[in-house]
Design a protein around this ligand. Structure first.
Ligand SMILES: NC(=O)c1ccc[n+]([C@@H]2O[C@H](COP(=O)([O-])OP(=O)(O)OC[C@H]3O[C@@H](n4cnc5c(N)ncnc54)[C@H](OP(=O)(O)O)[C@@H]3O)[C@@H](O)[C@H]2O)c1
Length: 315
């Protein structure tokens, strides 16, 4: 994506190495600026074995007290949180406070997802309110540069049974020779969802953080900072069903209306999957145009859903 010579090697710390953390680490490692990349992991982390030998593993726990965590973050110029929501309520604010306390140069919080500003407070997913509090915290200061990369849904998550949209009947092929799937539209068949695979997110995070492209807009604002929207594909639930049919799946279509999901959530208030489904069913802050996204405006090629499906990750 870049042909410029690189003179500065950045020290970058990635927090966590799950699906997204590993993709970011891989893209940073492949970057021509050859940054100095480290990853923070708990000493007993199951992710340790997946870390390439040339990446430093910094032992730590994101729930360490703010000052102790800040001491770990301080030697790094860029900190990218790929910790997921695993830490539970309070963890995103906690990490953001540590990043500000450490006074690092540039912070990428774990906000790789929907547009929390558009969804607003009081959504069906209480963790989203905390994401807005993180934004308030970051916006209220000008010491630490920050970038939020809104990605929509991770493409893989669209196929997670827990998300409740695509149910692939893995036995169908073996028993009947035909592959059957159920697609459940959230809210409406015409509702749209933006998706980005972890690999594309990793590539773009590396590009945003490391390529010395001229990105100051007419107002003098660095276009690599603030809330950015990236997108590999934006499609309706109807199109999702069509794409699966095109790949040879026999698709049964179901609709989960907002009212039906709300009623289910009232009966099962602890069902996290339902909380997520309602966010997409309400159809706000979950989809944006690829053409006007950060990557779309720069003509950066991304992996759309049809290409992602064709790479046979689903059997
Ligand atoms: N926009 C979206 O679609 C979206 C948003 C959120 C999540 N998701 C889905 O949720 C799943 C999780 O996402 P992910 O892969 O990025 O996250 P993940 O698999 O949960 O990985 C989180 C990483 O952070 C580490 N971690 C967690 N708590 C920690 C702590 N207290 N201290 C230090 N390290 C800690 C974990 O290490 P350990 O090995 O120690 O646990 C792990 O390496 C994915 O399958 C993704 O598709 C999707």
């Amino acid at each position: 994506m870049a042909n410029q010579p690189y003179t500065i090697s950045q020290r970058i710390l990635v927090l966590g190495a799950g699906e997204l953390g590993l993709a970011i680490i891989s893209a940073l490692r492949a970057h021509p600026s050859r940054p100095d990349v480290a990853v923070l992991l708990r000493p007993d982390s199951s992710s340790t074995n997946s870390i390439p030998n040339d990446i430093d593993i910094i032992p730590g726990n994101l729930s360490d007290p703010v000052e102790a965590l800040a001491d770990i973050l301080r030697p790094f110029e860029i900190v990218i949180s790929a910790s997921g929501f695993a830490g539970g309520p309070g963890s995103q604010l906690h990490i953001a406070r540590a990043a500000l306390h450490a006074g690092i140069e540039w912070y990428f919080p774990w906000q790789f997802g929907v547009d929390y500003d558009v969804i607003g407070r009081g959504s069906s997913q209480p963790l989203f309110d905390e994401q807005l509090s993180v934004r308030e915290l970051l916006r209220a200061q000008d010491k630490v540069k920050w970038t939020i990369v809104s990605t929509g849904l991770f493409t893989s998550f669209l196929f997670e049974p827990a998300f409740g949209v695509v149910d692939l009947d893995s036995d169908s092929s073996a028993t009947t020779g035909r592959r059957r799937a159920t697609v459940t539209a959230l809210g409406d068949w015409k509702n749209r969802v933006t998706v980005t695979p972890a690999r594309d997110i990793g590539r773009l995070v590396a590009h945003i953080a490391l390529d010395p492209v001229s990105t100051t807009n007419a107002d003098g604002v660095d276009e690599r900072t603030g809330v950015l929207h990236i997108a590999s594909d934006t499609l309706t639930f109807d199109r999702l069903a069509e794409l699966l049919e095109k790949r040879g799946w026999e698709v049964t279509r179901k609709l989960a209306s907002v009212a039906a999901l709300q009623a289910k959530l009232e009966a099962e208030p602890d069902d996290v999957g339902l909380r997520y489904q309602l966010v997409w069913a309400r159809n706000r802050g979950v989809a944006w145009e690829v053409e006007s996204s950060w990557n779309g405006r720069r003509g950066i090629p991304m992996e759309d859903l049809e290409t992602w499906l064709a790479s046979s990750r689903l059997r």
